[in-house]
Design a protein around this ligand. Structure first.
Ligand code: 5GP
Length: 209
């Protein structure tokens, strides 16, 4: 089978507040994929919807999911636990669908271990001032120490960006989504992905079909 038709794991990482969720929403207009809904122990924000934004769980429930081996990766971020369900990802891949994960840097590293072919993007803000503005504007009701904690963590995360496959500056959402879409199209055309196509051509098939 042409590898380009297999589902891929696509990671969208970047500091909290950079706009990962908004970019993923814009990408939905450009291509078909699933988005993995993470589990978290943090409280729900007014703008969020249960089981759409996250599966909101207690610490005990989270611990039970981990103990049962149901999580692909987990992290503790600013005192709250976050994690990706193994089946959510594996079910999508089994159906040949791409699955997008909106996760932080440590999670991205763990996903890379589990799925070496994952395509990993890091979104940068246009400036640190703009990141702070976006963090404050999203009306999450977070107190000043939490915002400051997220900004400090953002600097540490941004320093990890060079380890990713692609770095995209999230200036305008439409442009960022278009750039990620273009990267994914080019990624699927890499020669290493297309050896089966060559075999099919040499076996006499019309490979434009
Ligand atoms: P927030 O509280 O702003 O929704 O998320 C905080 C950070 O946790 C963000 O960088 C977000 O991408 C990340 N995150 C959300 N879900 C997961 C997850 O399942 N695993 C990991 N590793 N990070 C996550």
């Amino acid at each position: 089978m042409d590898k380009a038709k297999q589902g891929r794991v696509v990671v969208i990482a970047g500091p909290s507040g950079v706009g990962k969720g908004t970019v993923i929403g814009a990408l939905k207009k450009l291509r078909d994929f699933r988005v993995s809904v993470s589990h978290t122990t943090r409280g729900i924000r007014p703008s969020e919807t249960k089981d759409v934004s996250y599966h909101f769980v207690t610490r005990e429930q989270f611990r039970a999911l981990v103990d049962e081996g149901l999580m692909l990766e987990t992290t503790c971020y600013q005192g709250n636990y976050y994690g990706t369900s193994r089946t959510a990802v594996e079910d999508a891949l089994a159906l040949g669908e791409d699955v997008f994960l909106d996760i932080e840097v440590e999670g991205a590293k763990n996903v890379r271990r589990a799925f070496p072919d994952a395509v990993e993007f890091f979104l940068l803000p246009p400036s640190m001032e703009e990141l702070e503005r976006r963090l404050r504007d999203r009306n999450s009701g977070e107190d000043e120490p939490t915002i400051q904690g997220r900004l400090a963590q953002a600097r540490a995360e941004i320093a990890c960006a060079p380890g990713f496959d692609y770095i995209v500056v999230n200036g305008t959402v439409a442009q960022t989504a278009a750039e990620i879409d273009a990267c994914l199209k080019a990624h699927a055309l890499r020669a290493g992905e297309r050896a089966p196509l060559v075999e099919r051509l040499l076996a006499g098939e019309n490979i434009t079909l």
